[in-house]
Design a protein around this ligand. Structure first.
Ligand code: ADP
Ligand code: MG
Length: 201
């Protein structure tokens, strides 16, 4: 399965999502993460520590990725509408992370509507960095997206400091010594299961 992670803004959790979906699939089968962001954040993450899968540069992907069962592709932010079409066509599922703030949601919804016109149905929005109660941002974002009729992961990813520690230490969140690290891993495990279910439909 080929899963691409893309978004219209930086800093919405793309690389964090790519690393943790790859960690999820690596539990069962051979998995590779293709680093398609010129910033090479996923490559840096892997270099700082140890990840349970291989991270490869996009420039060697054509040669190396064919040996793996699951391919996760991290990308840079800000695809144009046209890029979006190619992104969707180039994978089995396009995962679009978004934080729950109204402004970035608005921009994302506009662009993603274009996918509907293309008849693409192999993409799904993942709400990330959701603040804890009493904030209702996550719930509001969910309602806004439902109203726009856009496909959305049932799982949202909570805002947890453990994710930042994981990036710094170069490991998946479950390796971090943090009281709430397990919750972060639970969120991505649930999202990973949804990805598998989406692919068998
Ligand atoms: N669920 C989360 N909770 C807290 N911080 C997060 C979460 N997801 C990502 N971050 C942090 O937000 C920043 C941007 O995340 P990153 O995955 O690099 O986004 P992108 O690849 O879209 O630029 C990083 O500092 C990362 O550690
Ligand atoms: Mg990134």
């Amino acid at each position: 399965m080929i899963i691409t992670i893309a978004s219209f803004k930086g800093g919405v959790g793309k690389t964090t999502t790519a690393v943790h979906l790859a960690s999820h699939f690596a539990q069962k089968s051979s998995t590779v993460l293709i680093d398609g962001d010129p910033n090479r954040s996923a490559t840096g993450w892997a270099k700082r520590g140890k990840l349970p899968f291989t991270v490869i540069d996009e420039r060697v992907a054509a040669k190396q990725a064919r040996n793996f069962e699951h391919i996760i592709i991290d990308t840079q932010a800000r695809p144009e509408e046209e890029d979006l079409k190619s992104l969707v066509e180039g994978c089995d599922l396009l995962v679009i992370p978004s934080t729950p703030d109204a402004l970035s949601l608005d921009a994302m919804i506009q662009t993603v509507q274009a996918l509907k016109t293309l008849g693409a149905d192999t993409y799904k929005i993942l709400l990330t960095v959701i603040p804890p109660k009493p904030s209702t941002d996550g719930q509001q974002a969910r309602e806004m997206l439902a109203q726009a009729g856009l496909p959305l992961f049932k799982t949202s990813i909570r805002r947890l400091a453990a994710f930042q520690k994981a990036a710094l230490q170069g490991v998946p969140v479950y390796e971090v010594a943090d009281a709430r690290a397990k919750e972060g891993w639970k969120d991505y495990q649930a999202a990973g299961k949804e990805v598998s279910n989406a692919s068998t439909k």
